[in-house]
Design a protein around this ligand. Sequence first.
Ligand code: NAG
Ligand code: NAG
Length: 488
Amino acid sequence: MWLLPLFCLLAPSLGSSPVRLLVEPPLRVWLRPPAEPRDARAVGTAWVTVPVDHFNPLDDRTYQMRYMYNEQFFNGTGAPIFIMVGGEWEISSGFLLTGNMFEMARENNGYLIYTEHRFYGRTQPFATHSTENLRYLNVDQALADLATFIGMLKDQPRFSTSPVVLVGGSYAGNMVLWFKQRYAHLVLGTVASSAPIKAEVDFTGYLTVVESAFRAEGGDACAAVLRDGIAATVAATETAEGRELLEQAFKICPPPSDPLDYSDKFTMGYFSGFITWTLSGQVQNARPAELRNLCTNLVNNVYGATPMESIGGLVTSGLSPGQCYEIRYEDYVNSYKNDAVSTGRAWYYQTCTEYAYFQIAPPTGSVFSPLSRWLNVEFYADLCKQAYDSRFDESFVRASVARSNRMFGGLRPDVNNTINIHGAIDPWHYLGVVDRELKESSPTYLVPRASHCFDLQPWQVTDTARMTQVQQAARRTVAAWLHEYYHK
Ligand SMILES: *[C@@H]1O[C@H](CO)[C@@H](O)[C@H](O)[C@H]1NC(C)=O
Ligand SMILES: *[C@@H]1O[C@H](CO)[C@@H](O)[C@H](O)[C@H]1NC(C)=O
């Protein structure tokens, strides 16, 4: 008799091993290094000493900023310098060994450099990421780091007359464009790939592009599975029977794990994010044909028999058999709250204090709209308050975003010699300029069927002819700037 309760307790945990759900919004972009870099021995690593605070003359603290370089093509004094500007990630050698900037250096006898952004990778001004220390993490300081770095290069006789070309993707795409605008005398020109130059709080456009990407690649039938699956999931939260089916579809752990707290709006925001962040991650990283294959599977019920089971099967496809998810908002908050050095904590801080980029569900007219009751600005801003400072509330975030747009011009930057490239299925293109040249000297390219930053990569068999053309156009334009520089 006494064995029975014990057995009952043991049975579920034998059948399913709990995994804490720890998903992140695709706010943070890691500029993936190209696959199969060639001879990594060509790349060296070095460090420079730069100020912690460029804007306070009484603060004389410094820190070590890392960079990598490859001089295999450099053919002597005055030849050009190509700098890949690092964003919110750790740098690695790949872009100094292959990719479109590498080709530019090859074609123009250039020196190749990759700089690391303060507070990311091994470039750490402080031992922790306390909110106090993070005061020195902002783009103004990071651009000043770059200006200092370029100034130091120019102090070397071999580089004193070298023109500098900056290349950057995603947030680092913003950086190169803003750098050219703010420190025009230090660079000849820049290539800004997939740059979301407008900061925005209510970033409904992100999921709007995710939906249209699924529709464009997989047709209305694919969008219908998403629409019906998401609507059914939200409807299922309303009834006891529905919740049981939902928990099966999304592999939520049975007791003794904590139940999914349907009454907590932030838990449900996190659950909503689990769905949308997983789907949008697929779009942001998709090469042509990948979304089409995913849609074929969705439409043919490969992930589940009903639309809700299809969504559940797709977003839980990372679990091994027998594993289940524990979904707790507290775990999500704690993963950002810890003061230890962390890329996720550093970047979310920048979103709270500079860009927001909150990927909320559009309130109406979208397959994601039923989630808008939870996946809203209040949800994203709550993490700003809980992880950093109670003063980081929604109005603080709105003021921060307004400041960024005022400082840099939002969608109306005033910048010459900047090549502005976007992908038509990249959800971030919504915050960039895609429909006009920035200036006569700053052309815009929107590449059909391309997603985030793929023009920086080396050629791949899946590249469309249009992608190859745009990469070549960027190289021709850079070569023309250099020709003019050397022959004027
Ligand atoms: C570097 O290459 C350019 C173009 O091929 C050439 O004109 C120049 O003379 C070369 N400079 C040196 C120092 O070799
Ligand atoms: C851009 O170039 C044009 C033409 O040379 C010049 O008139 C204009 O002042 C430049 N704008 C900036 C912001 O440098």
